[in-house]
Design a protein around this ligand. Structure first.
Ligand SMILES: *Cc1c(COP(=O)(O)O)cnc(C)c1O
Length: 360
């Protein structure tokens, strides 16, 4: 018998969430963002669920792009960080990938390599995120390069929002970046791509030609102050395990490494086969929500490598073998993440290889 932990990926939820993203921006096409192994859900699981529906797939690694082509994906595939070396370009051409370019030398290299066919290019503008992209003072050189570049087919202009998920009242939102974008693109009439999940949901006017939903596909909310459920999203991953032992402890006894939890009353402690080596956040403190036998209870003490402890005192029916949901259906990953001081993105991406993933 393997350990009872597993992650179940729900294809219908992925499809539902993709279509929900599209419904917010009816005139736009949507790149399904499947980087980082589809946010831990399995690249091919996500691609399979969306194969008939997605307008395109966006990710980072050339290997993953090739894997999508080999799995039969025919839609456009966009490399969100572009390419890293001239050698990459042969595969880019062979598999008809689209490229983000964010530095002038990428365009120059593309021109010099002499590919057998032209490549669709997303030119990334840095409008204030200050991560990737061209700054205003580089636009002259960029224009000159694009004018002489025979390796580029269609050009799309893109940018990325830094605060689309910010507090609606206190945050700065997107207007300041949009103003910068407008100033940078001038008279541009070609295609544009701006919006991530947060912008799709909160600022659908930024939908333009192509949107780039990521986290919402997987059923999590990009916002700290709005639940996934209230946004109509369905969890795409449910992480489950079982209670593998029970300890009855007296008031004053402590639980786990460091004895971080001290019982105030007689307490029934359940031991669950899931720990930080499975991807559960070690920072999750006592009180992190968890479902045991479908009932909501709390974790106790410090998460260990392969196990964590839960409070079964009020769950008389629960015992060895009772199913546990760490996150997913019935308990949003967003809630668990918030309790652990992080975001669901990190929980999903941290799901360990040793956790078997099944597809429903
Ligand atoms: C990851 C990523 C996205 C998706 O962001 P979410 O917040 O997950 O929707 C969109 N655009 C770019 C460039 C990205 O790197």
């Amino acid at each position: 018998m393997p350990r009872p932990i597993r992650a179940r990926v729900d294809r219908e939820a992925l499809l539902h969430n993709y279509l929900l993203a599209k419904s917010h921006v009816p005139g736009s096409r949507a790149w399904a963002v499947v980087k980082a192994n589809a946010y831990g859900h399995g690249l091919l699981n996500a691609a399979d669920a969306l194969a008939e529906t997605a307008d395109g797939f966006a990710l980072l690694d050339l290997d993953e792009a090739v894997a999508l082509r080999e799995a039969g994906i025919r839609q456009p595939i966009l490399l969100l960080e572009g390419f890293f070396a001239a050698e990459d370009l042969e595969l880019v051409a062979e598999h008809r990938l689209s490229l983000v370019v964010h530095r002038l030398d990428q365009l120059q290299l593309l021109r010099q390599v002499g590919l057998p066919l032209r490549v669709p290019v997303y030119v990334k503008f840095n409008t204030g995120m200050n991560r990737l992209g061209f700054r205003p003072e580089q636009l002259g050189a960029l224009r000159d390069e694009l004018a002489r570049n025979q390796a580029v087919s269609e050009v799309t202009l893109m940018s990325h929002f830094a605060e689309a998920d910010g507090d609606r009242l206190a945050g700065r939102g997107i207007d300041w970046q949009l103003a910068q974008f407008r100033a940078m693109v001038g008279e541009w009439r070609g295609p544009v791509s701006l919006a991530n999940s947060a912008a799709i949901l909160r600022y659908p006017q930024t939908g333009r030609d192509w949107v780039r939903p990521g986290i919402m596909l997987y059923g999590s909310s990009p916002f700290a102050d709005e639940s996934a459920e209230s946004l109509g999203l369905r969890p795409a991953m449910t992480l489950t395990s079982e209670v593998i032992a029970v300890q009855q402890i007296a008031a004053g006894e402590r639980v786990g490494y460091g004895g971080l939890f001290a019982a105030e009353r007689e307490t029934r402690v359940g031991v669950v086969a899931c720990g930080y080596a499975d991807g559960y956040p070690r920072h999750a403190p006592t009180g992190t929500p968890i479902l045991v036998g479908g009932w909501r209870t709390r974790t106790l003490g410090r998460v260990s490598m392969d196990m964590l402890m839960v409070d079964l005192t009020d769950l008389r029916e629960a015992g060895v073998g009772t199913p546990v949901t760490l996150w997913g259906e019935g308990l949003s990953a967003d809630e668990v993440a918030a309790a652990a001081g992080t975001i669901s993105y990190e929980l999903f991406c941290a799901l360990a290889k040793r956790v078997p993933v099944t597809v429903a």
